[in-house]
Design a protein. Structure first.
Length: 414
């Protein structure tokens, strides 16, 4: 290497170290990184070297993922997850030295972090269904002396029986269901951390195993590339206008008959306001899950901005909480208010269709109930049971049936 190349390499190394330290500070200030052992892992593993093609600034942005593969349609199919998510998932899993850990969804960097945390007495297995991803992960792990991390290409629905049992299973791809193999290959009291999609909402849930049942211990908002293979699942979309202008997305099954909404978009939009306000940066993820629990026809709504004619006006075209009831549909909106507490947002509801006023008031009443009963709480507890569990052995205000499991959602009582 000539002297100019050597200087450039040293400069890059210094820049990366500076940005890595800033990333760690940002993660700690956000409350996503609290474990000193996990912090040491983030400090040691050079994230930028597992994200070729990304700038140093993007590689070390604490809240940004780095895409590593897209399909022929330009849809992202693999990425290096955001440091924020990697940090809180490691802490959700209570990953400790000596643990046996299975990572589902590979890339290399997160497996290296896990290996640093579990140490030489631990065991790390990482798997992915995409051979391109696993080959890349194995190459990068070996290049950084993580030769003892086992990389497997295969469908994660089967787990890795010859490496089981595991103390922790970390799923780093979006999952619609919980594979029975994951429960079977987890020790009693072990933790499954999975970005689980429930009624269209994805949450990173840390489950603890109690026999054949899993009970949540912590829940975080997140977003992940969806899983491929046997556990792959597609949402169903209802198009009220008959075009792709408005899409109502159902995670399980479409409520009612699609033709019921044919005339809804021809009616005047009804509007009501709830009196429930929040700060400009205040999170309201528990409201999302509250409405998903309370409304049978809950769905999410997206608007194609290229086709938008103004029939609906959600604050966020890409995602709005919504619900369908027979021949009408409604969605949650908000408006800015100047109050004695400063600028705030007030929740409201827009609805269309013959029953728009009734549906809007129903949604608004649920928002007010959340404000009275659940705002500021830790949110619901999730439990996962085998799919053949009878109803009388389930508890919770909402049961969501999936292919392999029955998910229950229970809210705290005063």
């Amino acid at each position: 290497m000539d002297s100019a190349s050597n200087v450039s390499s040293q400069d890059t190394s210094r820049d990366a170290e500076t940005l890595r330290e800033k990333m760690i500070v940002d993660l700690k200030e956000a409350g996503d990184l609290t474990d000193p052992v996990v912090e040491a892992a983030f400090r040691k593993v050079p994230r930028h070297e597992f994200a070729p093609g990304a700038s140093l600034e993007k590689a070390y942005s604490w809240f940004e993922a780095v895409p590593t593969k897209t399909n022929e349609h330009g849809v992202q199919t693999s990425s290096v997850s955001a440091p924020q998510i990697q940090a809180f998932q490691l802490e959700q899993g209570h990953v400790k030295p000596g643990n046996r850990v299975l990572e589902i969804g590979s890339g290399g960097y997160n497996a290296a972090l896990i290996r640093e945390v579990v140490g030489p007495t631990g065991q790390v297995t990482t798997m992915d269904i995409d051979k391109d991803v696993t080959e890349r992960a194995e190459r990068l792990l070996k290049a950084h002396a993580y030769d003892d991390v086992r990389v497997i290409t295969g469908d994660a629905a089967a787990g890795v029986p010859d490496r089981a049992p595991f103390d922790v299973i970390l799923v780093t791809v979006g999952a619609w269901d919980i594979a029975p193999a994951w429960v079977k290959q987890l020790i009693e009291g072990g933790r499954l951390v999975v970005p689980l999609r429930v009624r269209g909402l994805t949450r990173s849930i840390a489950f603890v195993r109690h026999g054949d049942r899993l009970v949540s211990e912590s829940v975080r908002v997140c977003g992940f590339v969806p899983m491929q293979g046997a556990n792959e699942h597609h949402t169903q979309v209802l198009l009220p206008t008959g075009t792709e202008e408005i899409g109502l997305k159902f995670d399980d099954e479409v409520m009612g008959n699609p033709s019921d909404l044919d005339n809804a978009v021809k009616t005047e939009r009804f509007e009501t306001w709830t009196g429930v306000t929040m700060g400009m940066q205040e999170p309201f993820d528990s409201l999302q899950m509250w409405l998903a629990t309370r409304l049978d026809g809950f769905c999410t709504m997206a608007v194609n901005e290229d086709l938008d004619t103004g029939i609906v006006a959600p604050p966020n075209r890409w995602f709005a909480m919504a619900a369908v009831d027979g021949n009408s549909f409604g969605y949650v909106t908000w408006r800015r208010l100047e109050t004695d507490k400063g600028r705030r947002l007030e929740f409201g509801v827009h609805a269309l269709g013959p029953q728009a006023p009734e549906l809007a008031e129903t949604i608004a009443d649920h928002i007010r109930a959340w404000d009275r009963e659940q705002r500021g709480t830790d949110g619901p507890v999730f439990a996962a049971y085998p799919a053949d569990t009878p109803d009388d052995l389930l508890s919770g205000e909402r049961v969501v049936n999936k292919r392999h499991s029955r998910i229950t959602i229970s809210w705290p009582t005063a």
